[in-house]
Design a binder for this molecule. Sequence first.
Ligand code: HEC
Length: 121
Amino acid sequence: MKKTFMAHVTVFSSLAMGAVLAISHGAANAADAQKGKAAYVKHGCWQCHGFVGQGGIAGPKLAPEPIPLPAMSAFVRNSRGPMPPYMEAVLPNDDLADIHAYLQSIPKAADYKSIPLLNPK
Ligand code: HEC
């Protein structure tokens, strides 16, 4: 009796795991870094944040390791500070998700300790 119960639990949890994997996989596929790069340029984010989100005179650094998409979306839609807000009619949610994927795809700079020229003996 106990054994069958455990078997059911195992089957159920692997099904649940599968569903979670399927959902996160779908989300990862939906946002496209390549399209995001184009959207980042088209919407002019680069003018203040730099072409690879490195930050500029007007805007702070956005990449690598951008803030999570929900936080980014909340900021971009509702900014009341020096950055103009971007309404959905101007910057669709899909473009914003792609921009986030682009910023996420930007690699971190190498650790200076791994660069021989910066570590003279
Ligand atoms: C006119 C210059 C300008 C443009 C264009 C611009 N930004 Fe910004 N952005 C800023 C400034 C300035 C801040 C800091 C604002 C603040 O702290 O209130 C900022 C902040 C942000 C932040 C918050 C960063 C953080 O760590 O809190 C995000 C995310 C962001 N911008 C994304 C974007 C995206 C995406 C675009 C293009 C759709 C864009 N910005 C276009 C000037 C700009």
